[in-house]
Design a protein around this ligand. Structure first.
Ligand code: DQA
Length: 147
């Protein structure tokens, strides 16, 4: 099973960026955590982080026919990007949306998620562990759908 893990703008700044909200661990530490969760589950991961909306759309399009599932934290594009939503709908790959912080408890402008409309599940407020939960959830989901 192959999973694509996409992180959007400013996720590369983890560890420096607003540690009171996102914690003090880096993006590399996040990748290592997800890698070991995937190894445990026998999953082959690919990691992609970009600060550019079009690059994320390109990556989702390229996933068609290649990946069994997508885990995406679109970061700020969550609340603005119809293009990312449309790309996810176009490829129709089971997608779990993850947010490190509890977006529900934050500003009004974060209350809309376009990506949610294409996601089979949204996990938020669990810190980095949310990605591990997403790996486990997608594995179950993909195995169930292939039965
Ligand atoms: C985020 C929440 C978004 O509102 C924010 O723009 C981010 C990160 C999160 O992981 O909690 O960049 O997606």
């Amino acid at each position: 099973m192959k999973l694509l893990i996409i992180n959007g703008p400013n996720i590369n700044m983890l560890g420096i960026r607003e540690p009171g909200i996102y914690g003090d661990k880096t993006y590399s530490a996040l990748v290592e955590l997800i890698k070991s969760a995937c190894e445990k589950e026998g999953i082959e991961p690919r990691f992609f982080q970009s600060n550019h909306e079009g690059a994320i759309v390109d990556e989702i399009q390229a996933a068609y026919g290649v990946f069994d599932g997508i885990i995406i934290n679109p970061a700020a594009y969550t609340h603005t990007s119809v293009a990312i939503l449309d790309a996810l709908k176009a490829v129709s790959i089971p997608t779990v949306e993850v947010h490190i912080s509890d977006v529900k408890e934050r500003e009004d402008f974060r209350q809309i998620s376009y990506v949610s409309k294409a996601a089979i599940k949204t996990i938020m407020g669990l810190g980095f562990d949310g990605y591990v939960k997403a790996v486990e959830y997608l594995k179950e989901y993909v195995l169930k759908s292939s039965r």
